[in-house]
Design a binder for this molecule. Sequence first.
Ligand code: DQA
Length: 138
Amino acid sequence: MKKIQIINGPNLNLLGKREPTVYGNASFEGYLSGLRARFPQCEISYYQSNVEGEMINKIHEVGFEYDGIVLNAGAYTHTSIALRDAIKAVATPVVEVHISNVHARESFRHVSMLSAACRGVILGFGLDSYRLAIESFM
Ligand code: DQA
């Protein structure tokens, strides 16, 4: 069994309610059960936090044991050197994901502090971005 950790950052607990025209109407929990059914060969763990340090702690916790981390750091993507350092510090490869096409949005979303430390980036495919990121670990 491959072990994959999904980490969602700030405000992503409100998926389904938050700006539905940008992020859609589906909750992440509902989507997650479909993902788990689609990848029976994977143990998919899920963690969400609105707190930067808690996300860093989770990366440290799984980052020498899991086969892959799928990280949507929300707005911390654009600001957090501490998250970038955490990604670089661990052995597990990280794929950065975004639900929206950040390059089609405000210019402050065009910059990612994380991308250069990640194995790759998938963005703009709605929740399907997470599925594509998991495929990259298969
Ligand atoms: C996001 C894009 C970020 O710019 C934003 O702050 C989010 C969500 C996305 O998944 O599209 O919170 O990471």
